[in-house]
Ligand binder design. Structure first.
Ligand code: SAH
Ligand code: SF4
Ligand code: F3S
Length: 454
């Protein structure tokens, strides 16, 4: 296959977007597009966008301004740069993008990128842009080609969309209603990934533990059952999943954590707030104590499980007491890692109209306090591994001279010192590493058994 055209994709947002960007590259590869790290000189640039917080949209328009200059430079040479906006901003604000940036050639949402070849044909034939933000009847997964090379650690989308309608969140509007792929299609894609060298697969979904795929036998598979089946794939060493909702952690999934060592002891389970009043206003459908009990159950099933979360501070109506309840929850649980955000008012979501909205300086102060505590917990967790021997799956991209990187079972970045010549024998292997040093965001260690690899 001749690949003489340069494709640059820039990705913002969640892992689903990372997955989608990879699939977009797969879809256009047969048209001769090869991935490139730079926008400069590219024949096609796709900005795969995120709409979750206000800043995400601002970033898009500043990036588009830069691309326009490159597009004109190319046009002056008689060449063309196709500029496309994909993802959740495209879905939510497609018409606005067309208006503000008429030089954008294609605008399409997360559910239509399998139609890229037709869209490209149209923009090269005709003048004027394409806006394609339908939710088509034929699911894109049936129309996508096989995933190409994916590396040691691969993503696999099993579920998309969300029906939860948390009052602050745009995802149900940008990604649409919940949709689960069939177990057979997922198993086939997983086998294909492993055949291509993947040793770790992370199942993805906006609400991945709401997965309920219909099997050929008519049975409804939940995520737990899917894990028991995927664990049978030879040469696959690790399974993970994200992102989950506390309301959908069922007993079968918890049992899978107990029974399957290869289901990694790390769970990203966003709680958002520790205050019941705020959780209710957010429409999270659970209380803070439900979350505490759930973590207890998970720890009983898999004692070494490390827990991660997302938090929003400054949600409308959040009082000092509400915020204190969040701090208390964080102290009670002890997180290995977490993300926290200032509430961002998203047009069209119910929370945008709630009162009172919280002042920016209050949000700032709360965020700082929460992040300080979370950082301390993360550092303490990393520190607790010093002197211990853990398994690291090396998935290094080869960018660090003299070091090889991988991941601990708990999702920490972990590295060893090793010469570049050792890389082919180490990358792709899950090896015992004794941790010698902990940093806030990574672990350093030494290989235990060196006879096969060093
Ligand atoms: N489906 C996942 C993730 C959704 S987006 C879930 O249910 O948790 C990732 C995170 O962004 C959310 O967990 C939330 O913490 C944050 N987020 C979403 N909307 C937000 C908003 N309007 N303002 C601030 N943070 C937001
Ligand atoms: Fe958004 Fe809530 Fe759905 Fe997560 S569960 S994607 S936060 S609506
Ligand atoms: Fe962002 Fe869309 Fe993901 S809004 S977080 S890219 S689902």
């Amino acid at each position: 296959m001749k690949q003489d055209k340069k494709l640059h994709i820039k990705t913002w947002g969640c892992q689903m977007n990372v997955y989608d960007s990879g699939r977009m590259a797969d879809v256009v590869a047969p048209l001769g597009y090869a991935p490139s790290d730079e926008a400069e000189g590219a024949d096609m640039v796709i900005l795969n966008t995120c709409h979750i917080r206000e800043k995400a949209t601002d970033k898009l328009f500043s990036e588009l301004g830069r691309l326009r200059v490159m597009q004109e430079e190319k046009a002056a040479k008689g060449e063309r740069m196709i500029v496309a906006v994909a993802g959740c901003v495209a879905q939510a604000e497609g018409a606005e993008i067309q208006r503000r940036a008429p030089y954008v050639d294609m605008i399409f949402g997360p559910q239509t990128y399998h139609q890229l070849p037709e869209m490209i044909a149209r923009v090269t034939r005709e003048t004027g842009g394409v806006l394609n933000t339908e939710f088509p009847a034929e699911p894109k997964f049936d129309a996508l080609p096989r995933q190409r090379a994916s590396g040691v650690s691969a993503f696999l989308s099993v579920q998309e969309g969300c029906d939860k309608f948390c009052t602050y969140c745009v995802v149900p509007y940008t990604r649409g209603v919940e949709y689960s792929r069939s177990p057979e299609a997922i198993i086939a894609e997983a086998e294909n990934l492993v055949a291509g060298g993947a040793r770790e697969i992370t199942l993805l979904g906006q609400n991945v533990n709401a997965f309920h795929g219909e099997g050929k036998d008519g049975a409804l598979w939940k995520l737990g059952r899917l894990f028991y089946r995927l664990a049978e794939i030879p040469n696959l060493k690790r399974l993970r999943y994200m992102t989950s909702h506390p309301g959908d952690m069922d007993d079968e999934l918890i049992a899978a954590h107990r029974d399957l060592p290869m289901l990694m002891p790390f769970l990203h389970l966003p709680v958002q707030s520790g205050s019941d009043a705020i959780l209710e206003a957010m429409n999270r459908k659970h209380k803070a104590d439900d979350y505490r009990r759930l973590i207890e159950k998970l720890r009983a099933a898999r004692p070494d499980i490390a827990v991660s979360s997302d938090f929003i501070v400054g949600f409308p109506g959040e009082t000092n007491a509400d915020f204190a309840a969040t701090i208390q929850l964080v102290r009670d649980i002890g997180f290995a890692q977490a993300f926290s955000f200032k509430y961002s008012r998203r047009p069209g979501t119910p929370a945008a109209a709630m009162i009172p909205q919280i002042a920016e300086d209050v949000k700032d102060a709360r965020l700082q306090e929460l992040q300080g505590l979370l950082r301390d917990q993360q550092t303490a967790f990393n520190q607790s591994l010093v002197g211990k021997t853990i398994q690291v799956l090396f998935d290094d991209d080869g960018r660090h001279e003299g070091q090889i990187f991988g991941r601990s079972p708990f999702m920490q970045s972990a590295y060893i010192d090793a010469p570049a010549a050792a890389r082919p024998r180490i990358v792709g292997q899950e090896l015992d590493v004794t941790i010698t040093e902990a940093r806030p965001n990574s672990l350093k260690g030494e290989l235990v058994i060196q006879k096969d690899v060093a």
